[in-house]
Design a protein around this ligand. Structure first.
Ligand code: SAM
Length: 307
């Protein structure tokens, strides 16, 4: 069985390290795509995982397009080389909308396959892929007025991938909230937000209905002093192991239903900590298109699948 892992752009070494730790032998390196002949394993640093790939000779552009169309409708091209020939094939496939997403909206649910030309006459394709967006890349219609930082984009992406977001009246705690991009998103959705940060919020965000600021450390905060929350968010800058202890404390308290937390790396990548987050029952750890040298941990109360 062939699986291909597309590294998030700029994070090829992290994916290589992660796959090597999982004993995945890479047979082909094709741009950012790492191809192995083993069943797929979870890989947080992959922007997309191509499961159960087919690899076949294709004598012509028409034959390649025909083979892909015979499998399913929607295909995303990845063409680090042979770009012109690949584009001619993609032109013969049904159009896949690349319209920027207006949040709140769930990620597209229609199956989206991925394909590439390993050589001008050799096709690698997978109908089933982990990412709902072409090559894992999502573009939003940005909000250039409201949020005081661009961090809101990674929260939008996490929630779009979850196909779920705070509903009006739901209680949220936002740790490491300042200047307030995430708090802005949550309050705009109608959430009641406790924003925790020693630094103050942008005044416009602080004045939004439903927003309460607490000038404390996220780590000193007792979950019981906040009480039950529907969502726990964290974008605190700290070592991953420290965030893990914080998440465990909230899980032990049983006071938070859903978690969305950024795991930030300083210097090297702490793969052990990332693996510890991924080992939490029901958790998903992923590198979002809008993440930098960081991963996003999500854990929901179970009734919505993540993609
Ligand atoms: C990347 S910024 C958060 C950006 C925010 N999510 C937004 O959308 O605007 C990280 C924040 O973590 C805060 N921070 C660092 N250590 C903290 C701690 N111990 N408790 C609470 N906040 C902390 C910093 O003050 C900083 O505002």
């Amino acid at each position: 069985m062939t699986t291909a892992y597309l590294a998030a752009e700029g994070f090829e070494p992290q994916l290589e390290e992660e796959l090597s730790r999982a004993d995945v032998a890479v047979r082909i390196r094709h741009g950012r795509l790492l191809v192995s002949d083993t069943p797929g394993v979870p890989a947080a640093w992959a922007a997309n995982i191509w499961h159960d790939c087919l690899e076949q000779p294709v004598a012509s552009i028409g034959e390649a397009a025909k083979s892909l169309r015979a499998v399913q409708r929607n295909w995303a091209m990845y063409a680090p080389v042979h770009h012109r020939r690949a584009s001619l094939i993609q032109e013969r496939l049904p159009h896949v909308s690349a319209k920027p997403i207006v949040f709140p909206a769930a990620a597209p649910a229609a199956p989206l396959g991925s394909w590439t030309l390993l050589a001008p006459d050799r096709l690698l394709a997978a109908a089933q892929c982990s990412a709902p967006f072409p090559n894992g890349e999502v573009v939003f219609v940005e909000d250039k007025e409201g949020p005081p930082s661009r961090a809101y984009l990674k929260l939008w992406e996490a929630l779009a991938r979850l196909a779920r977001w705070p509903q009006p009246g739901e209680r949220c705690v936002d740790l490491g909230a300042s200047p307030g991009g995430w708090t802005y998103v949550l309050a705009k959705l109608g959430g009641r937000v406790v924003a925790v940060d020693k630094a103050p919020l942008d005044p416009k965000v602080a004045a939004m209905p439903g927003v309460e600021w607490r000038g404390e450390s996220a780590f000193a905060l007792e979950p019981s002093s906040i009480g039950p929350v529907d969502w726990l968010f964290s974008d605190v800058i700290c070592y991953p192991a420290r965030l893990l202890r914080l998440v465990e404390r909230w899980r032990d308290s049983r006071l938070a239903k859903n978690f969305v937390c950024t795991i930030k790396f300083q210097g090297g990548t702490d793969h052990d900590a990332a693996a510890a987050f991924a080992a939490i029952d029901g958790a998903r750890v992923m590198h979002l298109h809008h993440n930098k040298h960081e991963l996003t941990f999500v854990l929901t109360d179970g009734d919505a699948g993540t993609r």
